[in-house]
Design a protein around this ligand. Structure first.
Ligand code: PLP
Length: 445
């Protein structure tokens, strides 16, 4: 992928032809508001009409620089021509035949490729296909219980694993996501996730001390089927744990026959500048959950483990739509692009983008930290640098004001901004995004 220098390329900027939302967008919003579930969260009134690369055009022809990629999904950029071609060709041949009951080439060849991509420990792997991140985790959770015959699942405070009942039972990112749905799936215990910003070198020891309490006061290690953890916490705030934390989890799991399961639904598929975020630490999981960026926007998820672990009997787990031919074709084209340069681009442009933010915000009193790996980048906003008191209000105001200026960003955790653009982001686009963001923050604080 080309890494464009800002000098060589005229800087494309967001462009407005109407106030936002304009008349056409407003009509769509009004229709939607009257008909869709009230549980949807829309932080600002963006109506997407067309997408190309890192740009979204709304129905009134306003153009936005998209640093969300549809929440870390459109990894190859909106409507990458190779992905569009793959989808169109496959849709003309076969759209659905239920891949858990019948065979078709797009699924079998993708399964073979994913089984050999080095996603987990061991050398012979198997893949289960679903449609979403939560389904990938449901599979992982069921597999862990089925394989070990144990019931316990350890999750971490701040984690997000999805919204179906199994996954939401392990999720603990915001109480509203669990409220009034109880009793949730029993056997789930939550432990502390490290917070290197606030606890520095103590972050791992504190988290492990808490885990030790869970495993001595609440459940014995011999009853634990799996530890489910995000190697970089996503919705929880793009928190990067020290390697020592993941290493300790690996050792604990090996000692007690517990499966170590990484939820890489958000951090996987090249986003961090490596195919999987765990590769930065070298700690490989037994089971991995993947979705979001795996098929550039088509619904697909994969749960991968060793063939020895994924050896449950026919009928134990399946899905009508999982791994449908069109999603598999999109995923194949996505992998070609990721392996063909986009993972590398995420590392290079991600480093540049982080450096621009760090430089532009280095003395900013409201910035607790700029952090990230590759194109999984966050800025944590605080009331002041000494107390590091979280400033969620400022964060929300920044997200909204950035939208007014044509920059699409999202929050994560209680007080962080996340940048999760398509991995095609070039340096010119990164420069524009950093400039707008820094201007907005200066204006509001
Ligand atoms: N796991 C992680 C780490 C996620 O970030 C998400 C979604 O944000 C999910 C699981 C759930 O994915 P989905 O919304 O596709 O079910």
């Amino acid at each position: 992928m080309s890494e464009l220098s800002p000098e060589a390329t005229p800087l494309r900027r967001p462009r407005f032809v109407t106030a936002v939302p304009g008349p056409k967008a407003t009509a769509i919003i009004q229709r939607s508001e009257g008909a869709v579930s009230t549980s949807y969260t829309r932080d600002y009134p963006l109506v997407a009409e067309k997408g190309e690369g890192c740009w979204i055009t709304d129905p009134d022809d306003n153009e936005f620089l998209d640093m969300t990629s549809g929440i870390a999904v459109c990894s190859t950029g909106h409507c990458h021509p190779s992905v569009v071609r793959a989808i169109q060709e496959q849709a003309g041949k076969l759209i659905h035949m239920s891949g858990t009951d019948f065979y078709y080439a797009p699924q079998s060849r993708l399964a073979h490729r994913m089984a050999n991509i080095g996603a987990v420990r061991g050398d012979k792997h198997r893949v289960y296909f679903g449609n979403s991140g939560t389904e990938a985790n449901e599979c992982a959770l069921k597999l862990a219980r089925h394989k070990t015959g144990r019931y316990g699942i350890i999750g971490f405070l701040g984690s997000f694993h999805g919204r179906s009942l199994g996954s939401v039972s392990v999720t603990s990112s915001r109480a509203i996501q669990r409220a009034r749905f109880g009793p949730l799936v029993p056997g789930v215990f939550h432990s502390l996730y490290p917070d290197p910003l606030r606890h520095g070198a103590d972050a791992t020891p504190r988290a492990l001390e808490h885990l030790d309490l869970v495993l001595s006061k609440l459940i014995t290690p011999e009853e634990v089927a799996a530890i489910l953890v995000e190697p970089i916490q996503g919705e929880g705030g793009y928190i990067i744990p020290p390697d020592s934390f993941l290493i300790a989890l690996r050792e604990l799991c090996d000692k007690h026959g517990i499966l170590l399961m990484f939820d890489e639904v958000q951090s996987g598929m090249g986003r961090t500048g490596k195919m999987f975020a765990w590769q930065h630490s070298g700690v490989a999981p037994d089971v991995i959950s993947l979705a979001k960026g795996i098929a550039s926007g088509m619904p697909l998820s994969a749960t991968i483990s060793s063939a020895e672990i994924m050896s449950w009997p026919p009928g134990a787990h399946a899905s009508t739509f999982g791994g449908n031919p069109v999603s598999c074709a999109a995923s194949w084209a996505t992998l070609d692009l990721l392996e063909g340069g986009l993972v590398h681009n995420a590392a290079v442009v991600g480093d540049r983008f982080q450096a621009m933010l760090a430089e532009g915000l280095k003395n900013h009193p409201r910035v607790g930290e700029v952090r990230g790996r590759g194109l999984m980048v966050a800025v944590e906003l605080v009331k002041d640098r000494e107390s590091l008191a979280r400033d969620g209000e400022l964060r929300n105001a920044v997200v909204m004001r950035a939208f007014d200026k044509g920059l699409l960003i999202l929050g994560c955790g209680p007080n962080s901004i996340r940048f999760a653009p398509a991995l095609v982001l070039n340096e010119a686009e990164a420069t524009v995004a950093a400039e707008i963001f820094i201007d907005v923050l200066n204006e509001l604080s």
